[in-house]
Design a protein around this ligand. Structure first.
Ligand code: SF4
Length: 114
C-alpha cells in the first residue's frame, strides 16, 4: 500500500506491505517516524479531529479538537457529537467540552478562551 507520511513537510512516499506472517515492512521513509506512521496507518489509522460547537446565546462558535488522535472510523461520530453540542460560557482553553466522545475514551477540548 502506498501512502504519504504526514508527519513533516517533506511528505515521504511510503510503501507499506504486510507479509503472510503478519509482519509489516515500510520503505521510502527518510526517518524512523515514517516507519512508525506507516505501520500505524495499516493496522489502526488515527486522526486528530477539529471542529466547532455552538455557544449558548452567541453566533460565534467555539473551536474544539480531540485531545489525542482517534480511530479514523470514528471521525463521523465525533463530528456528529460536536454538531449536537452547545456550551455555556465561560470556557477556557483545555476545558473538556465532550468527555469520552463517541465511545473513543478521548475528550473533546476547547482550543480558545471565550
Ligand atoms: S518519513 Fe520522516 S522525513 Fe519523511 S515525511 Fe515522515 S517524518 Fe518527514
Amino acid at each position: 500500500m502506498k501512502m504519504i507520511c504526514i508527519n513533516c513537510p517533506k511528505g515521504c512516499e511510503l510503501d507499506v506491505e504486510k507479509s503472510s506472517d503478519g509482519k509489516v515492512s515500510v520503505t521510502g521513509n527518510a526517518c524512523p517516524r515514517g516507519e512508525e506512521y506507516g505501520k500505524a496507518e495499516l493496522v489502526n489509522p488515527t486522526r486528530m479531529v477539529t471542529g466547532l460547537v455552538r455557544v449558548a446565546g452567541m453566533r460565534k462558535p467555539l473551536p474544539v479538537k480531540t485531545r489525542t488522535a482517534i480511530p479514523k472510523d470514528k471521525i463521523d461520530a465525533v463530528l456528529f457529537a460536536m454538531h449536537q453540542t452547545t456550551v455555556q460560557l465561560p470556557v477556557k482553553i483545555g476545558d473538556v467540552i465532550i468527555p469520552g466522545v463517541a465511545e473513543t475514551g478521548v475528550d473533546v477540548v476547547a482550543t480558545a478562551n471565550m
